[in-house]
Design a protein around this ligand. Structure first.
Ligand SMILES: Nc1ncnc2c1ncn2[C@@H]1O[C@H](COP(=O)(O)OP(=O)(O)OP(=O)(O)O)[C@@H](O)[C@H]1O
Length: 266
């Protein structure tokens, strides 16, 4: 089957049965009025990696914030892990382009923030936080402060903190968008490795087609505002993925199909 044949219109919640995140005709109208999102309908299965791509201002962050329970949609409904979204939940974690670390706390204490906010930090919590720092490649940086770290290292701390929150649905809003190409590539590989270890479900916003394809099981392609999920593209590349796969026919065909789909909107 060619990559082109794997582009489908998302015209219904056909995946709803098997999905742990579903959106049905989700709309968001901001005062203005600005229609940021229009009838977005989608389903995401447990353990799936979904990339969300679309032109600037098409409503990607809005959609993520709705799934996070930070925004209430003005129409439609969202279900996560079997219940309707009415507000933030501990099973859902979010990460942004900026690491938003606490400058006055050490790397380890930043990772321990979810425990601190929950009211206590035990020895086991500390050990787990150290393990997570190892997992994201920051062994030996426990006592460093955020200002002593590069942007990529700060994002690793933010990722470790997110993993320490225990969230099983991770919503990542251009987390590596401000990093150089090689750092982004390394973090992409590590994110996939970590996901395969912990089995999290991930929604990942990016402007970068290559990144979207490299990471995803499916790429949701959004139209310009008012944003709609116009198509989904399945990425059939086997896992674990390698940089070499980016040279493959499957990869380049898929990336070009997404580019064509996006180009059709402009
Ligand atoms: N709180 C708000 N009040 C009014 N308008 C908003 C608000 N938040 C977002 N918008 C508008 O909704 C639209 C979608 O914004 P959103 O941030 O979701 O887009 P995006 O696809 O994530 O953009 P980018 O790729 O540039 O980050 C934009 O036109 C934006 O100006």
């Amino acid at each position: 089957m060619t990559a082109q044949a794997k582009i489908h219109d998302l015209n219904g919640a056909s995946r709803e049965g098997a999905s742990i995140v579903t959106g049905h005709t989700v709309g968001m109208e901001f005062p203005g009025p600005v229609t940021a999102l229009h009838e977005a309908t989608f389903g995401i299965k447990k353990g799936e990696f979904i990339s969300l791509i679309g032109p600037s201002g098409c409503g990607k962050s809005t959609l993520l914030r709705i799934v996070a329970g930070l925004l209430k949609p003005t129409s439609g409904r969202v279900n996560v892990l079997g219940s309707p979204m009415v507000g933030p939940r501990p099973e859902i974690g979010m990460m942004f382009q900026k690491a938003t670390l606490l400058d006055w706390k050490s790397v380890l204490d930043n990772v321990l923030l979810p425990n601190t906010l929950a009211g206590s930090v035990t020895k086991a919590d500390r050990e787990r936080a150290v393990d997570l720092l190892h997992l994201v490649g920051l062994r030996g940086f426990e006592v460093a402060f955020p200002r002593q770290l590069s942007g990529g290292m700060q994002q690793r701390v933010a990722l470790a903190r997110l993993l320490n929150s225990g969230a099983e649905l991770l919503l990542l809003d251009e987390p590596f968008g401000a990093l150089d190409e090689f750092t982004r590539e390394r973090l992409n590989l590590e994110l996939m490795r970590i996901q395969s270890q912990i089995g999290a479900t991930i929604m990942f916003v990016t402007h970068n087609i290559q990144e979207a394809v490299f990471l995803a099981d499916r790429v949701f392609v959004m139209t310009p505002r008012p944003g709609r999920i116009a198509a989904e593209v399945e990425v059939a590349l086997p896992r674990p993925r390698t940089i070499e796969q980016m040279k493959s026919r499957e990869f380049t065909d898929t990336a070009f199909n997404i580019r064509d789909t996006l180009g059709g909107f402009i």
